[in-house]
Design a protein around this ligand. Structure first.
Ligand code: EPZ
Length: 417
């Protein structure tokens, strides 16, 4: 049932300045880590998202008191007692709830977490998480849709990840922080959100080295005492807002930016002919009359982020020439292409490649959002298309974009909710 929808009137260049919110993909693991960090403290710059509220409900169901306050703060009271079983309805509402597995195991020695299903973009297996927990000494049984993990004591070990999985790196790092002895995670993910989680744990007394590199060394400690901490800016929201400026041939400045977190996007947008002025914490984007075709290949950080693939595809539908987009991270992340084609985009899909032949115009249409970033891509296309675009399934968008409608309206977008 596609509940929420909005109507966009396209063709108007966006102008002005907009500030990003805190990173969804940092806030979610950080909140999970609050299960391990005892005491009374608060997280700042936490985005107001449905996924964040789901994780807050998860913490309260597991015995930690967590409260969201209007100024993007989450107050935490952790007395060191964590329940073992994560509720089914919360894990199925958001697969990132599985981030609680490592902390519960580390805090109690027994975790029972429902298996999250797959999602629109892929089957999303958890084998790398399980391999890591086993290496730390946990026994794992999967039955009746739950995974049960038991460990009298977690003992550090050397863990090699076959793929630099973001979630597996985060889950294993959290469990290892309270394990006995040293853990090495090799071929670890290097995303900025991993660094943010690691820094938060270190602020609570964890001993971690190598954050942001492919080898993370963790020396286990007995307890962690949480400290106040601020979430990094959302590099994917920043990138989405930058493309909004470029695709509408506007002049948009995005504030609350860590340029190093979006280096590959900056390079590709410049290659496509977008004028960027980069300051320490902001980027000004001026969209050219015609975008130039570029090729994109999604890769683990520091490569081009898969979470920006859909939004970049919307921009490239207008490019002069032929662009090739290769998606190497997820097996089914081109669903936005079908909706873009209904707006007039010329896209040929061939397994994990999308070949785009640029057009000069898209026509507004009724489109359906299938997943979070596909939704962003369709809103961007609607902002640039001729006529009106009605976007259905906004609930997907609200999982990952804090007040995105208001931010776009602030920049002059004509949105009728
Ligand atoms: C995180 O998901 C992000 N979500 C995703 O953002 C992001 O796209 C992804 O990292 C890649 O950057 C959060 O941080 C909450 P992975 P995660 O484990 O941890 C395979 C968004 O739009 N894999 O790095 O699930 C997996 O199937 C979301 O904000 C295994 O095979 O990503 C996928 O093909 C979407 N076995 C690839 O690795 C495992 O045990 C990358 O997954 C784990 C993963």
């Amino acid at each position: 049932m596609l509940l929420h929808r909005m109507k966009l009137r396209g063709g108007k260049p966006l102008h002005g300045t907009v500030r990003s919110s805190g990173a969804k993909n940092a806030a979610l693991p950080l909140l999970a880590a609050c299960l391990m960090q005892q005491g009374h403290y608060e997280l700042d710059n936490v985005p107001n998202l449905t996924d964040v509220m789901t994780m807050i409900r998860m913490l309260n169901s597991l015995g930690i008191r967590a409260e969201y306050h209007e100024n993007n703060k989450v107050k935490i009271w952790n007395k060191g007692r964590v329940k073992h079983i994560a509720p089914y309805e919360l894990v199925t509402a958001m697969r990132a709830s599985f981030f609680v597995a490592g902390p519960i195991l580390a805090m109690t020695g027994y975790a029972k977490v429902p298996l999250p299903g797959g999602c629109a973009i892929g089957s999303r297996p958890l084998d790398l998480h399980f391999q890591g927990f086993k290496k730390l000494g946990a026994t794992i049984t999967i039955e009746h849709g739950f995974v049960e993990m038991k460990a009298k004591k977690l003992v550090g070990d050397r863990i090699y990840l076959d793929f630099p999985s973001v979630g597996a790196t985060e889950n294993i790092m959290m469990a290892a922080a309270l394990a006995e002895g040293e853990t090495l995670i090799e071929n670890a993910a290097q995303e900025p959100e991993i660094v943010d989680l690691g820094e938060f744990l270190i602020s609570g007394g964890a001993k971690i080295e190598g954050l942001g590199s492919s080898t993370i060394r963790i020396m286990g400690v007995k307890t962690l005492m949480g400290q106040n901490y601020s979430v990094i800016p959302d590099r994917i929201e920043v990138g989405t807002l930058m493309i909004a400026g470029a695709i509408t041939k506007g002049d948009v400045t995005v504030e609350g930016v860590v340029p190093d977190h979006i280096e590959p996007l900056i390079r590709k947008m410049k290659e496509a002919g977008v004028h960027l002025t980069i300051q320490e914490n902001s980027i000004r984007v001026i969209g050219p009359d015609r975008i130039q075709a570029v090729d994109i290949e999604t890769l683990p950080f520091p490569g081009f982020p898969t979470d920006m693939q859909a939004q970049m595809m919307s921009l490239l539908t207008f490019a002069e020439g032929t662009s090739i987009v290769k998606e190497t991270i997820f097996e089914n992340r081109f669903m936005h292409a079908h909706e873009l084609m209904r707006m007039g985009a010329k896209i040929k899909l061939d397994r994990n490649h999308a070949i785009l032949t640029g057009v000069t115009e898209l026509s507004g249409a009724e489109v359906k959002i299938t997943d979070l970033r596909a939704g962003a891509a369709l809103v961007l296309a609607g902002l640039a298309a001729k006529g009106e675009t009605e976007v259905y399934g906004l609930e997907h968008l609200w999982r990952g974009y804090d007040r995105i409608t208001q931010k776009l309206q602030l920049l002059g977008a004509e949105i009728i909710e």
